[in-house]
Design a protein around this ligand. Structure first.
Ligand code: UDX
Length: 434
């Protein structure tokens, strides 16, 4: 089996390296020649635990290669995956399909022999059929089927998610296409991973429904956290008490500053737009989007309140700016709403993140970047945990406190226990806990 993976962004690179581990020969294609050069040398453009070793292993085994030559990769492939970007279109929030469409037309021209063209990027319902139309238009003689195979990879644990997924969703409508997809996922079939084999539209919608549901779950617990604060309840115990009900499940019930990242914000908005377009509004998801946006702004007010109502001229130490731990990804990170709001209110911000500072520099101007968590606390009137990196979970709080101007800790991820921190003389605010 041979695979061509079009697009070596996050999804393409992880999927390509993992498929090569499963057995097929994988050629990853990108238009960015400099990126391909770097990848050939084993340099990984993104931060993802384990990916460098997996890519190196793939290259060494000869099963993983990188090229800018789309035509050659496609002509040799049994399956071509489209894993190019689908950003939100400016203005209306619809997924921007220009890269997917351009890829489809390029692929069409080089297809040889029966090939399954698979959309891997998250694409709106109907895109699979549109891709088929474009390919047929560009190359009427091509022998192909289109399949949809959405990814459910979490940044930071993407390799594990690919190798040991809860399920695989495949939209494939001919026996031939289904057989190719089954062959590609053979190791997972052997592991008895559930596979949902369905139609194109169903597979496409499943991805949006799953992400919107998870975003809803987070937003739900965040609102419960706010209520907990008012009534004097503890959201972590509420989440545990709810989550132990097997129908609810305990994951994705961590209250925090609001969800961010490359998927939830974009996919919830895209689902809202699709639903409106088809005259079947997704009102619950519309509300989730609004509540989550408002929440990120409200987090800055929480910090200001913890400082006694004003941060003008005060120094704020920030721990973590990535949208979540184990990634350098800044897309829609809560820090992008919180830090500028604090600066606008007159604060001086010192910040540290173990991986994302390089990405964050251009996005968060005026921030003083620090060497580590302790450095971020020096001279600070308040220390704010925005991202729950492991290294922030066991700080020497005595050392932290001794270098601060005032001992105030705002923990937006509920990393610490209130009694422990208060015993050390800190004023401590967290999310949804007394
Ligand atoms: C997500 C989905 O999990 C994945 O299946 C999909 O394919 C892509 O989007 P990812 O964006 O990498 O993955 O991160 P995830 O771990 O799901 O977290 C998303 C956001 O939700 C983060 O900002 C995180 O901090 C937040 N979150 C998550 C919470 O605030 N509380 C939770 O309980 C869980």
């Amino acid at each position: 089996m041979k695979i061509a993976m079009i697009g070596t962004g996050y999804v393409g690179l992880v999927s390509g390296a993992c498929f090569a581990e499963f057995g097929p020969d994988v050629t990853c294609v990108d238009v960015d020649a400099a990126k391909i050069e770097r990848l050939l040398k084993g340099e990984i453009p993104i931060y993802e635990p384990g990916l460098d070793a997996l890519v190196a292993k793939g290259i060494k085994s000869g099963r993983l290669s990188f090229t800018t030559d789309l035509a050659k990769a496609v002509s040799e492939a049994d399956a071509v995956f489209i894993a190019v970007g689908t950003p939100s279109r400016r203005g209306d929030g619809h997924a921007d399909l220009r890269y997917v469409e351009a890829a489809a037309i390029e692929i069409a021209k080089s297809l040889q022999g029966y090939t399954v063209v698979v959309t891997k990027s998250t694409v709106p319902v109907g895109t699979g059929r549109r891709v088929a139309e474009l390919i047929r238009g560009a190359n009427p003689a091509a022998e192909f089927d289109v399949a949809s195979n959405p990814e459910f990879l979490r940044e930071g644990s993407a390799i594990g998610d690919f190798m040991r997924p809860d399920r695989v969703v495949i939209g494939a409508e001919t026996d031939r296409a289904r057989a190719v997809m089954q062959a590609l996922y053979r190791p997972l079939y052997l592991m008895e991973t559930p596979v949902v084999m369905t139609t194109l539209e169903t597979a496409e919608l499943t991805k949006y429904a799953a992400n919107a549901f998870l975003a809803t779950k987070i937003t739900f617990i965040n609102e419960i956290a706010d209520l907990c604060e008012k009534v004097g309840a503890n959201v972590q115990d509420v989440a545990r008490g709810m989550g132990l009900d097997g129908r609810i499940g305990k994951k994705f019930l961590h209250a925090g500053p609001g969800y961010g990242g490359s998927c939830f914000p974009k996919d919830t908005i895209a689902l809202v737009r699709t639903a409106q377009e088809y005259g079947s509004p997704a009102r619950l998801v519309e509300t989730v989007v609004q509540v989550n946006d408002t929440r990120k702004g409200a987090m800055a007010s929480r910090v200001i309140a913890a400082c006694g109502g004003s941060v003008r001229g005060k120094t704020i130490g920030v721990l973590g700016v990535a949208f979540k731990p184990n990634t350098d990804d800044m897309r829609d990170a809560p820090s992008l709403a919180i830090v500028p709001a604090l600066q606008d209110a007159g604060a001086i911000v010192r910040a540290y993140d173990p991986a994302a500072m390089h990405e964050a520099k251009a996005l968060l101007p005026g921030v003083h970047w620090c060497d580590d968590a302790y450095d971020a606390a020096v001279g600070a009137d308040v220390l704010v945990i925005i991202t729950e990196w492991n290294e922030f979970r066991a700080l020497d709080l005595d050392r932290v406190g001794s270098s601060m101007t005032q001992k105030v800790l705002v923990d937006l991820r509920n990393v610490y226990r209130a009694e422990d921190v208060r015993a050390l003389g800190f004023r401590y605010t967290s999310i949804g806990r007394p």
